[in-house]
Design a protein around this ligand. Structure first.
Ligand code: HEM
Length: 190
């Protein structure tokens, strides 16, 4: 029987495909973002928090119609908008619009995966004595993080399987989402 830990050691075809398709983009984003330095200092932290909101809030609007109906995903509980309730209503660039369910799941892979890195960043900042009060969105699931990730991967596997067309669509979605995230988090004015 397929236990959750097996899913990590032996990633399903979709997760394998997404990792390969986006490894370079994640590495570039991580390098350009310089998150630890920017989140350590008050002014640059406020700017980056605003950029995260400009990434996540429009993503929920763009992905909701396609992902709300997906069984077992519970997209509603994966929304992070509530973390920015006090966020100034600024004109934010639209998140890319998915053309298929597989493409939307590829996009969600990027947003859900960012919670894994987010935990690492948060731990490191707390270790440096940085005030992380405004950064809860980096680790939205806390102790549930592992379960939420495995739950997402189970849906990804069920919806995409090893279907070549869907793998391609998911990969395209993940690359679009990473490029968009890079433009918002590392780019010019938002
Ligand atoms: C400088 C900022 C970032 C750092 C230092 C970072 C670091 C990491 C680390 C250490 C992991 C692996 C965590 C684990 O396996 O427990 C990870 C996973 C991931 N991160 Fe990032 N990350 C950063 C920003 C982002 C952003 C902004 C996004 C997307 C918007 C993102 C998307 C992902 C994805 C999709 C994964 C999952 C990879 C997989 O397991 O397939 N990361 N990140």
């Amino acid at each position: 029987m397929d236990q959750p830990s097996d899913r990590n050691r032996h990633p399903c075809p979709a997760l394998k495909h997404l990792r390969v398709a986006t490894a370079e983009l994640h590495e570039r984003l991580e390098r350009r973002m310089d998150a630890l330095a920017r989140l350590s200092e008050d002014t640059s932290r406020a700017d980056l928090v605003r950029r995260y909101a400009a990434l996540h809030i429009p993503a929920e609007t763009a992905l909701g119609p396609t992902l709300d109906p997906v069984a077992d995903l519970d997209f509603e509980s994966r929304r992070r908008g509530q973390h920015w309730r006090d966020h100034d209503a600024v004109e934010t660039p639209a998140f890319p619009s998915p053309e298929s369910r597989a493409e939307a799941l590829g996009m969600l892979y990027v947003l859900e995966g960012s919670t894994l890195g987010g935990r690492v960043i948060l731990r490191e900042l707390a270790g440096r004595g940085v005030d992380t009060g405004s950064l809860a969105f980096l680790d939205p699931y806390g102790k549930q993080a592992g379960d939420r990730w495995r739950g997402f991967i189970a849906v990804l596997d069920r919806e995409i399987g090893d279907d070549a067309v869907r793998l391609e669509q998911a990969g395209k979605g993940a690359r679009r989402a990473f490029r968009h995230a890079e433009a918002i988090l590392c780019g010019g004015p938002v």
